[in-house]
Write a protein that binds this ligand. Structure first.
Ligand SMILES: [Zn+2]
Length: 143
């Protein structure tokens, strides 16, 4: 099935998919806001959490503070955004209680671009993959 024109200037995905909630190959329409951000987690089934960073001015200190907001976005299998990817998400109809965005394009994260430069290096781990938290050694109380 050829990718549908979604009306946004983004490249159509290379792969095909059977997802009904894919804006290119399914029946999902996109409208409203277009946001770019970074994939914070991609651990859910066909959903990613996209984080957007921005600056807010603090008049008292005459400086900016860094803030961020997160969006849950549908991740169609033909795009399959991974953690650390730079993605564009577009607003759509509500897909669940908190999900009303869909990923329309993804660029592989920084870590993978580095590993492409050093092609001899075996895969430098996945971009931004969360390390297991070091367990705090619980010492005995009577020391
Ligand atoms: Zn698709």
């Amino acid at each position: 099935m050829p990718a549908r024109d979604i009306g946004v200037d983004v490249p159509a995905p290379q792969q095909d998919c059977q997802d009904r909630q894919c804006p290119f190959h399914g029946a999902l329409r996109v409208r409203g806001q277009l946001i770019t951000g970074k994939v914070k987690t991609a651990r859910m089934q066909s959903t990613v959490v996209v984080q957007r960073e921005f600056f807010r001015y603090l008049p008292k200190f005459e400086r900016y503070e860094k803030r961020s907001s997160s969006f849950a976005a549908h991740n169609p299998p033909c795009i399959a955004a991974q953690q650390g990817d730079e993605v564009s998400i577009m607003e759509c109809r509500p897909l669940s209680k908190t999900k009303h965005f869909v990923v329309i394009s993804a660029v592989r994260g920084k870590a993978q671009i580095i590993s492409e430069d050093y092609t001899q290096e075996p895969s430098l781990a996945l971009p931004g993959r969360a390390k297991p938290k070091a367990k705090e050694a619980e010492e005995g109380e009577d020391a």
